[in-house]
Write a protein that binds this ligand. Sequence first.
Ligand SMILES: *Cc1c(COP(=O)(O)O)cnc(C)c1O
Length: 420
Amino acid sequence: MELTRQYAIDLDHSDPLKFFKNRFSANDPDLIYVDGNSLGRLPLDSIARAEKIVKEQWGTNLIRSWGEDWYDAPIRIGDKIAHLIGASQGEVAVSDSTTINLYKLTMAALMMNAPRRKVITDDLNFPSDLYMLQGCNYFLGNRQNIHIVHSKDGISIPAEKIIEQIDDDTSLITLSQVVFKSGYKYDVELITKAAHEKGAFVLWDLSHSVGSTEIKLNEWNVDFAVGCTYKYLNGGPGSPAFLYVRDDLQESALPPVWGWWGDTNPFSFELRFRPANNIRRFLTGTPPVLSLATMEVGIDLTLEAGMPALVDKSKKLSDYMLFLVENRLKKHGFTVGSPTDPNTRGSHISLKHSEGYRINRSLIEDFNVIPDFREPDNLRMGLTPLYTSFTDVWECVDRIERVMSGKTYTKFPVDRLIVT
Ligand SMILES: *Cc1c(COP(=O)(O)O)cnc(C)c1O
């Protein structure tokens, strides 16, 4: 690899996914957007789709649209997502937020594995994932033993450290495949196999991996999974999440929220809940149709590019960024807060710097670069293979170096803004 800008331009030239960048809105061509792991960019086709759904379907067709297009959307889109995560048709549904889906599947798993009491997770997990477990435990009479495995370096946890905690009392192991701060990626297959040997279930959160990382839920024999669609899938702000329940578990797994959308026939208006005998039982109520519509566009784009090409480009982008960081940013006091082995890494790179917060502000306000900042010292750079170019990566590192050499961050206060 080389340090010149021309080298990045050459990499872009030979990138088989290079034309996908033009399928996304880019009103500000100078902007370097490396926060697609928090909120993906707007696909241009989503604009037309939103207009159609509002003007034609809602505006003209009104309630008739439920039968024509909307009612099936949670399962139709779920079946598309299945292709991205190595699942089968009928195993994935779109509904609610990631947190709520975690709650639904956690309660289902705990119920199926009662009276076991131990739940294993880690301290690299997303806060909501941990709050949700605490909430489940509270409403189950504090009878669960939530075991949080701690990371020594704040970056990773060897799979063995999780596996050695699994015992005959363990009902569930729930982790993020790719952790949100460091981008560390677990070996899902290994941990899932170890869990099954002890009769425990696994619930994987794919929020930070779907759309950029290889996922083979069926091949790895995963029981339950959830994920987010507004990150690498570019579904739009607040687009609903998805949930996966392996086919053979669908008849025994019960949702904790019994809503009319989960009934065998919602439009029979029976007063006694009869859970649908398929993934539909995990739906709750009326889905957010406008968000579903824009989200489908993001998923179609991802399918069009194909996961193998996306995974390949993601690795190349992050290897390239690490090369530039090593040669241009280490001397300014940055350390890498992500695994260096591409096989244990998702699609974002964390840089640690004691001035990370102010550097992030200067990048946004002075240099038109949008990464994000995660306490205490992580500057996160999300590399979305669909639209991040190698030149974007080069520009990003170049502008960070300019922040450092010009010390432009020093004019910002150290006090945090509410949203970082
Ligand atoms: C983004 C993310 C979430 C978001 O949860 P919502 O309920 O959809 O807001 C949850 N877990 C992880 C690991 C995430 O990365």
